[in-house]
Write a protein that binds this ligand. Structure first.
Ligand code: MN
Length: 744
């Protein structure tokens, strides 16, 4: 419990303010400090009577956000002032106009942006978060500081998430993993990105988080010993060549260790790249490249590098500005170790992102990186898609995709998402070049439009005036930009024919003695199962539909009935309902009513993650009023929570007895005779469980099996997994869940 002590609080506030100033690091300039002090005073007064959920004075929050902005991101006076004032307009009686009078236009406009974002995230009821995210990006294009301060705000809220209700925790953690961490990543704020991910994991999967943290702690001593031994000869050699440097062993974040465990399906003990060794060189800008390669040469003198694992982001930096030289080498104890080589400047950018970059701005070409990124965002926003969710998906696709670098015939560099095709490249140059693209020459070899590009390809586009975009193009382009240009061009192309098609259709109607009214045309469209009227006209103009089809459609109904039908609204396609479990299993579940939900409502166990008693679960209220039960770590649930946080319902398991919940285990190992028999025995005899399905794939020596069983809860499942591990020939056992399930 938090106990209020005004005197102590006053001292703590001042202490935190001093921490902020020292994080800022240049308190020397009188004038700057004066404005920050003014903002601090205003924030203290404005939030005077407010407290955080934890009971602490509210002012701690803006002070901490300002400290993150100054220290972790490296921003200056304007941003610090804005961070201090970021909640003032939203939560107190002060207005943006008040701020404008006291601090000027620039600060007022940033505060205005921050207030709008806060309204969007904190106070919207049912509207989809995706649309909100788009609004944020629109604001972002005005002043990137808005989004940087918002990230700091989110980081501090994540750090203090403990005092929130579990529902709020899940909503905020989901949003963080879905929107904010990728955004931080894209902006190159690696330190903030990792912390956000780790904190989100802590709340979505507390047990996994705790177990990995514990294991890291236990193995810390032996890891340190290994690193010291590994870097000893490198350190000596670097020093003897007169280089000034720092060399450290950097641990992977808990979240990324967990990602690796999941994607490779291995336990913690088998994650070998738990850390990377980083060499940071202190050098002049003009010697950077040379000295990094010098260090590389020293490292590979002692340890042999893995083929194809050299990454040179010094010669061609990532789009977010990341520069570094990475190699993976074999240590003397037979373990691969990643070595990252970079200069102090590069390290600052890698950790703090572009804000750090601004410090070096005078010396470095700032055209690339953030400007380019912001331009890309603007482009996306300028080709609006009425469906915000599609927009978000496409945006996310671009966020997560790795990048490739390709060249124009003149040697100009273009950065594209991985899996881009020749056609993406064409649209990247110009929409008309894309529309008229008939093929390409990749490294002087003729290829088709859908040819996937690789890093380093040189691409020349071949066009023809006769070409026009096709529907199927949409399926193979990887960039949102290409997709939206193709859609636009297709629409244009169809419009050209639509007019003619409409005239033809009206003619058909008259021939048959029926009025070509709007409702009759719609009925014909329904009849022919065509999505839009434009498509209908287009098909008629192309000769794919004709008088005969219209006649058939009319004959299916006598005239009276026809009119009767069309006065009712046409039935829309049904909303997508996830596949359900087999009827008998579902029936059993219904009888048991296991998850405890406050009201008497119908609930469904979602089969994307197959939650079973003992799992952390949430309820999600669907449109039809039913409650869908998901595991809190289910990918689908995370998306749902992000988009419709207000529909989350607190859910718990009640008592249970019968083995009625479907769960899956995946096994792998070396094939041996009688193994299937052995596995079946463990499940049915030892554990007394029912097998629902058994699937085994064997490729020579190695096999992989997935088995679905009915269990009463998590403890039984874990017991089963422990028993299976004991069987000879079974090397790994894991639970099948949403993110790793490959087949049903
Ligand atoms: Mn805030």
């Amino acid at each position: 419990m938090y106990v209020i002590n005004p005197e102590e609080e006053r001292r703590e506030i001042l202490k935190r303010y001093r921490n902020l100033l020292s994080a800022w690091g240049k308190a020397g300039e009188q004038k700057n400090k004066r404005m920050v002090r003014k903002a601090f005073n205003l924030a203290v007064t404005a939030h005077k009577d407010m407290r955080r959920k934890s009971g602490e004075p509210y002012i701690y929050h803006p002070l901490e956000v300002a400290r993150i902005v100054a220290g972790d991101i490296g921003l200056g006076e304007t941003s610090i002032i804005c961070a201090l004032l970021h909640d003032v307009v939203e939560d107190t009686n002060y207005t943006v106009e008040d701020i404008r009078r006291m601090f000027g236009d620039k600060i007022a406009s940033i505060i205005d942006g921050l207030t709008k974002i806060k309204e969007i995230f904190d106070h919207t009821g049912t509207s989809a978060q995706a649309e909100n995210f788009r609004k944020i990006l629109l604001t972002l294009s005005d002043d990137v500081r808005v989004i940087l301060i918002k990230l700091a705000d989110r980081l501090h809220n994540m750090r203090t998430l403990d005092s929130m209700t579990p529902e709020k925790q899940l909503k905020i953690a989901s949003e963080t993993i879905y929107l904010f961490a990728p955004l931080a990543h894209r902006l190159g704020l690696y330190a903030i990105k990792s912390e956000l991910e780790d904190l989100a994991l802590k709340y979505t999967e507390p047990e996994i988080y705790a177990s990995i943290a514990r294991k890291l702690e236990v193995t810390a001593v032996s890891r340190t010993r290994f690193i010291n031994k590994f870097i000893y000869p490198i350190r000596k050699s670097l020093a003897s060549q007169g280089l000034v440097f720092e060399i450290i062993g950097r641990e992977k974040s808990i979240y990324s260790i967990w990602q690796k465990m999941k994607s490779k399906q291995i336990p913690f003990e088998e994650v070998y790249d738990l850390f990377a060794v980083r060499i940071i060189l202190d050098t002049e800008l003009e010697n950077e490249k040379y000295q990094c390669w010098q260090a590389y040469s020293i490292v590979t003198d002692y340890y042999s590098p893995k083929q194809n694992r050299l990454r040179d982001w010094i010669s061609s930096p990532k789009a977010n500005g990341y520069e570094s030289l990475h190699t993976t080498v074999m240590s003397h104890t037979g373990q691969w170790v990643e070595v990252q080589i970079r200069t102090r400047r590069m390290n600052e950018i890698a950790e703090k992102g572009y804000a750090a970059h601004w410090k070096y701005k005078e010396k470095v070409n700032s055209e690339s990186g953030i400007d380019r990124w912001l331009n890309k965002i603007k482009e996306l926003l300028q080709t609006p898609d009425p469906n915000a969710l599609t927009f978000l998906d496409e945006f996310k696709l671009n966020l997560f995709a790795d990048e490739i670098i390709v060249f124009t015939p003149k040697g100009e560099v273009k950065t594209l998402p991985a899996r881009s095709t020749a056609l993406d490249f064409a649209y990247n140059i110009h929409s008309e070049i894309g529309n008229q693209c008939i093929g390409a020459k990749v490294n002087h070899r003729l290829v088709a439009l859908n040819h996937p590009l690789n890093n380093g390809d040189q691409v020349e586009i071949i066009t023809s005036k006769k070409q026009h975009p096709r529907e199927e193009w949409i399926d193979f382009v990887a960039t949102a930009r290409a997709r939206s240009y193709i859609k636009d061009a297709l629409k244009e192309h169809k419009k050209l024919f639509a007019e003619e098609g409409r005239r033809m259709l009206e003619e058909f109607f008259r021939e048959l003695g029926v009025e070509p009214s709007k409702s009759h045309i719609l009925r014909f469209q329904e009849c022919s199962k065509i999505g839009s009227t434009i498509d209908l006209y287009y098909k008629i103009a192309q000769g794919e539909l004709g008088l005969k089809d219209l006649k058939e459609c009319l004959q299916q109904h006598d005239k009276g009935k026809w009119l009767n039908i069309i006065t009712r609204p046409f039935s829309r396609s049904k909303p997508h309902v996830p596949q359900k479990l087999s009827e008998d299993v579902r029936e059993k579940m219904r009888q048991k009513q296991e998850p405890l939900i406050e009201d008497e409502v119908e609930y469904r166990i979602s089969d994307c993650c197959n939650p079973i008693p003992g799992d952390d679960i949430i309820g999600f209220k669907a449109n039809e009023g039913q409650i869908w039960i998901h595991r809190t770590n289910c990918q689908e649930a995370i998306q749902l929570m992000t988009k419709y946080g207000n529909r989350i319902i607190r859910t718990n398991w009640t008592s249970r007895e019968a083995n009625t919940y479907l769960a899956g285990v995946r096994l792998g190992g070396f094939d041996n005779r009688g193994l299937i028999n052995e596995i079946t025995k463990v499940i049915t005899e030892k554990m007394n469980l029912n097998i629902r399905s058994f699937h085994i794939d064997s490729t020579g020596e190695i096999y992989e099996a997935s088995i679905m069983v009915l269990v009463s809860g998590v403890d039984v499942l874990h017991q089963l997994m422990a028993e299976l591990k004991k069987v000879k020939g079974i090397e790994n056992v894991s639970r099948i869940n949403a993110s790793t399930q490959s087949s049903k």
